[in-house]
Design a protein around this ligand. Structure first.
Ligand SMILES: C[S@@+](CC[C@H](N)C(=O)[O-])C[C@H]1O[C@@H](n2cnc3c(N)ncnc32)[C@H](O)[C@@H]1O
Length: 215
């Protein structure tokens, strides 16, 4: 189990260094697949849960176009500072950044900041750091419209040889990941039209689906 809210404390000061130490060649493909799977359309409102320094911003803004909006939610002011610097280069008027705990923020606040319900939701490498990841995910979906696409990309211990398993377990421990969380399960359990991808020998899992339309 992760220490209580290890995710929030660990990233408190990492904003300036995260992109240098985050092993992008290993983790970027999972993000890219997840962004493709949420089918962001021009003009979309997109919510990113645990946005960190905003590595998904270029792809999300490109897909959402000049009338789209991306809301990055994160509990670390330092990580959001880096996201703000990135957003300044990409189109600051289309990026909103909210400093809040994803486990506690009300869905109504997310909809307010987005200017309406989210058309797409992305939780990239963040839910497994949260003790109440199910609550955070439920809030993100409550901020989305029925039919919105939502994706989780997250990590656990890889399959394979002992060195591979040990290396992936160490990477998870360094990042504050609870390897037992496997939060992509929530997509499989709750969403419709689910797509899946497994990368890096099972170290990275991606699931995306559609928020059910209430009858
Ligand atoms: C491993 S980093 C991933 C950042 C980014 N999504 C990426 O793909 O590089 C995890 C992020 O989740 C954020 N986080 C952890 N717990 C959180 C919480 N309870 N509420 C909001 N953000 C949280 C951390 O501050 C950090 O920025």
């Amino acid at each position: 189990m992760a220490a209580p809210d290890a995710g929030r404390t660990r990233y408190a000061l990492l904003g300036r260094w995260y992109d240098l130490v985050s092993a992008e060649p290993l983790y970027a493909p999972g993000r890219e697949v997840a962004v493709e799977m949420i089918h962001v359309e021009p003009g979309a409102r997109v919510l990113v849960v645990g946005c960190g320094t905003g590595p998904d911003l270029p792809a999300l803004l490109a897909a959402a176009g000049p009338h789209g909006v991306v809301l990055g939610l994160d509990a670390s002011a330092s990580m959001l500072g880096a996201a703000r610097r990135r957003a300044a280069r990409l189109g600051p008027d289309r990026v909103r950044l909210l400093l809040a705990d994803a486990q506690r923020v009300p869905a109504a606040r997310l909809r307010d900041v987005l200017g309406g319900p989210a058309d797409a939701v992305l939780a990239p490498y963040s839910l497994s750091l949260m003790p109440d990841w199910r609550g955070a995910w439920a809030t993100a979906l409550a901020a989305a419209r029925p039919g919105a696409r939502a994706a989780v990309v997250d990590t656990t211990v890889a399959r394979g040889t002992l060195p591979v398993r040990l290396a992936s377990r160490a990477a998870c421990a360094l990042g504050g990941v609870d390897v037992a969380a496997r939060p992509w399960r929530a997509v499989e359990e709750e969403l419709e039209d689910v797509g899946a991808a497994t990368l890096a020998r099972g170290h990275v899992e991606v699931r995306a689906g559609a928020v059910p339309r209430r009858s």
